[in-house]
Design a protein around this ligand. Structure first.
Ligand code: SF4
Length: 429
């Protein structure tokens, strides 16, 4: 993006202007790939940090900012480094911590409502952050702690001041129906004639009342994420949700009028073996029976290890092995007549390098986009250790993100990883 905008991607070539600041979950989890690229990084939840950055810039006149960024870039960067959660390369001391979690009253919502947007006339509202689940691969569960949600009272205030242009509210959360006020919130919105949609529903949250409500407001399709068709592999991943829960939830949703289901599966998971494919086929057949026929498709994504999760210690299988397992699953799903969407293994391997890499992967990206090198050559030129995601790590392993103080203790993560290896279950955090 920087290169295409005519901005030199490497910080050392920009001379302080323009100021480039990055943030968000991926950057917070592992900022190291960007330390040679950006001027500053916001770690953890950014709502309050953003306000403080804007106040700091407002306090300085335009001339001051220009002068300081061109002649004395240090003054501005020093001030940024004093904001909690800001990592400013060259100015922050080691061990910068994540910013404290914000209260749900700071959760964002759309401020521009227009029929021209991707979601026309819709206000997206972050109704919850984090997740009550504890899946061992999940970044959302590890970096957004504790699980927080917008209560009914906040929605009552929201609808009072709602602009008539808003025809629909999209509830955004990893686990929309885990909000204890889910039922009264949806009923409140429906009673005001506002359509409601959901980003993501967990099968384990859908009791009779919630499933009926989801159908009664005209929800046409629902996504569920069993992650694996094998209950054993799913449990090993820390998603301790039995097969039956998916079948029962889907049957209830179908009875309530939901016409289409999308199931999300991971491939290349720890604990997969020759029986996983058979178990997955049985799962799909039982799911089809539960919904009374066709009307579901499956997305298959290779599992990518993430920092601050128990799987940071895991050795991701090699490309060939993941590709083989993926081909077998795809063949089986197509034989069952299901629509299948497959994520490329190569793209997942790149993600793994970005996710677990250090500043060398950032340099490789710059070689690739600026220098026109092939990706393989760019990795070599930057000296990236491409086998790191495929190595089994231990308590002694130096991770790039050791440079920051994250939201979870390494000892806790390793204990869960060891339990997964030993007992086939990542257990609870
Ligand atoms: S249920 Fe989904 S959001 Fe929650 S921890 Fe598991 S993968 Fe993450």
């Amino acid at each position: 993006m920087l290169h295409e905008a005519g901005v030199p991607p490497l910080r050392e070539r920009r001379g302080g202007r323009p100021l480039v600041i990055a943030g968000g979950p991926a950057v917070s989890a592992n900022p190291m790939p960007l330390v040679d690229i950006v001027d500053a990084l916001a770690l953890g939840e950014g709502e309050e940090t953003l306000g403080e950055i804007i106040r700091l810039l407002e306090e300085m006149s335009r001339d001051e900012i220009d002068r300081q960024s061109s002649r004395e870039p240090g003054v501005l960067l020093e001030a940024l480094a004093r904001i909690p959660g800001m990592l400013v390369p060259g100015f922050s001391s080691a061990g910068v911590s994540f910013r404290d979690p914000v209260s749900p009253s700071h959760f964002p919502r759309s401020v521009i409502i227009t029929p021209e947007s991707v979601f026309p006339d819709t206000m997206l509202v972050e109704s919850g952050r984090g997740c009550p689940g504890a899946c061992a691969f999940c970044l959302a569960a590890s970096i957004y702690r504790p699980f927080r949600f917008m209560p009914l009272s906040a929605f009552k205030e929201l609808v009072e001041g709602l602009h008539p242009a808003v025809k629909r509210i999209g509830l955004v959360s990893t686990a929309v129906a885990a909000n204890p006020d889910f039922v009264p919130i949806v009923k409140l919105l429906a009673s005001r004639g506002i359509a409601v949609s959901f980003s993501s529903l967990r099968a384990e949250d859908l009791d009779d009342e919630k499933a009926a409500l989801v159908g009664s407001i005209g929800t046409a399709s629902a996504s569920l994420a069993p992650e694996s068709g094998s209950e054993r592999v799913r449990f090993a991943l820390g998603k301790r949700v039995p097969d039956e829960v998916y079948f029962i939830a889907a049957a209830k949703l179908r009875a309530a009028g939901v016409r289409h289901f999308t199931l999300y599966l991971l491939i290349g998971c720890p604990g997969e073996n020759e029986t996983t494919l058979v178990e997955t086929e049985i799962f799909m057949e039982r799911f089809r029976k539960a919904i009374g026929g066709r009307g579901f498709s499956v997305h298959v994504n290779p599992l990518v290890p993430k920092p601050w999760t128990p799987l940071q210690f895991w050795a991701m299988p090699e490309e060939r092995e993941i590709a083989e397992r993926q081909r077998a699953v795809e063949k089986m799903l197509r034989r069952l007549g299901l629509g299948v969407q497959i994520k490329s293994v190569r793209s997942a391997l790149r993600q793994a390098l970005f996710s677990t890499g250090d500043e060398r992967i950032g340099r490789a990206i710059v070689h690739y986009v600026e220098g026109g090198l092939s990706w393989k050559r760019a990795l070599k030129e930057a000296g990236v250790n491409v086998s790191f995601p495929h190595e089994r790590k231990g308590p002694e392993t130096a991770f790039p993100w050791d440079a920051i103080s994250g939201p979870v203790r390494r000892g806790t993560l390793f204990k869960r990883f060891e339990a997964m290896e030993r007992d086939g279950s990542a257990g609870a955090p």
